[in-house]
Structure formats: structure tokens, C-alpha cells
Design a binder for this molecule. Sequence first.
Ligand SMILES: [Zn+2]
Ligand SMILES: [Zn+2]
Ligand SMILES: [Zn+2]
Length: 323
Amino acid sequence: MSELRWNPMLGEWVTTATHRQDRTYKPPAEFCPICPTAPGAFPTEIPVPDFDIAVFQNKFPSLRPHPDAPEVAESALYPVRTAQGECEVVVYTADHHTGLANVSERKMRTLVDVWVDRFVELGARDYVKYVFIFENRGEAVGVTLHHPHGQIYAYPFIPPTPARELKQAEQHRQKTGRCLFCDILLEEQKDGRRIIAADEHMMTFVPFFARFPYEVHIYPRRHVGTIADLDEAERSALACSIQTLVRRYDALFDKPMPYMMAMHQRPTDGGTYEHFHYHIEFLPLARTATKLKYLAGSESGAGAFITDMSAEKQAADLKEVTF
Ligand SMILES: [Zn+2]
Ligand SMILES: [Zn+2]
Ligand SMILES: [Zn+2]
């Protein structure tokens, strides 16, 4: 069973998906459900001996295209909605033991095309208001499958973080007439210390206001709202920027960096959102090779982030690392 329950305190939807309790939890490598199905072996989610990149519906989705009606009754204070949407899994490669840092340039570029394709197709569905492309990586982030993969949630609402960014961007535009994100790029360029990599199409930097250790944002220089608005050269530059960043991350502590990758783009609810600027945020959870960042009282209870390293130092560490 799943449904959306309204939280009137924070003004946001909570998805309750009780059937997910039974989902596969850290299966041994030989029983990986998203490896290709080997001849004569147990059937996986992907019934072919090999593939390039595979996309399929999550077996334990919290949002479904044809959900059951909620079992719980709503009230004026507590509205309830059906959890209608999509949850997809994007398997980056057939190879269980690799990752974005090591896949070929061609595959990385194909992955960007796959994201574009899924964004356009899911975003066109009338019940989908926001397409969220993301990746959870590492046990520290709670990943239950180690095979390199990402996910896509297509929500029937605009989730709180993008909604907040949209509101800030709208206010900035009313005040200045400019795009908030274009201005962030200018501000970062003016200072320069936090830029890790830049080419004519993309900028990779630790933002002045980083909340997570080694938090890095990747923005296209051109003002575009979604990944689908990037041209061919920009898509190649994006693929290269992501792969280079993951290589830096893995070299930093000489082991795979646990992180969450979040792609923020314009909603797909029919609005125009001209003031929004597509970008990717990488939110790592490792402060050092052995210490993790926990979202403790101040972060989880008050929403106020405290970091123990300056954004300038984080950027310098990532810039200096050899990979
Ligand atoms: Zn696998
Ligand atoms: Zn912009
Ligand atoms: Zn964002």
C-alpha cells in the first residue's frame, strides 16, 4: 500500500509506502538482481546476457502509474492523495564491479542521452509534475544494491527542495531581473577559489554556501531549464564533468566516495519557470577517509547545517588531488 499524506506543519507531502519493507537488502554479489541474467543461472531483473545501459520500473516502487486508492481516510487537516507517479532504475553498466569513474567516455555520454530520454518521456505524462534524476552511492547513504545504478522518481508534486529553489529564484528575479543561478556562476567566477573545473560549457565548483562535506555543483554556463535543453556539445561536456568529478572524489580518500547526486530542473507541470537554471548537486557524506558526516540534531531537527571545513579548503583538496 502506498499513499501521499499531507504534512500541514511543513506544507509538504510524505509518501507512505509500506510494501517497500520487504525489498531486497544487500544481496550477495552472485545474487545481484540487476546484473545481466547469465545463461542457466537464476533470472535477474534484466533477462538478457549483456546490455549497455538498462532502465526499468523499480520492483518496489513508492509511486506507481496505476496506484490503488488510499486505504486511509483523509480529513480537512490531513489531506490524502494516491501515490501516482513512476520509480525507475537506471543500471549504468552490465559490469557489477565498476562505476561512473571507470566506464568508457562513450557510455558516460550515452547515460546523459538516457537521462534526457527519460526526462522527456516521464515529464510528458499528465500526472507527473516533477522528474527527479538521482543516485545514491555507498552503504553510508543506505544503498542496498552495489551494482552501479541510479534512479528516477517522477512525482505528482514539486518536491520541497526544488520548490524552495524555485521560490528563491523567483524572488531574485523580481528584485534584480536576473537569474539567481547565472548570478551564482558570476559570483563564483569573480572569486575563483572554489572552482574545481571549467570549460566553455560547464562549471564545476564547491558553492560558497556548501552544506555537505565536499559538496559540488555542476552548472551549464548557458541558461537552460532542463537536461533536454542542452545541445550535443553541452551533453558531452556534462558527461565529462560528471565523470571527472567522480574520479576526483574516489581519488580523494583512495576509495569510492559515498554521495547523493541530485539533478534539479524545471518542473513538468505545465508552468514555464523561465527563471530556473538546470544544475546537478553532489552531496557526499564522508568528511575524511574514516569519518562520516551525520545529519544530526542541528541538521535534522532544525534544518540548520553546520560544516567544519571551509568551502575554499574543500575546493582546494578536490583540485589538488591526482587521479
Ligand atoms: Zn550486479
Ligand atoms: Zn541562469
Ligand atoms: Zn539545486
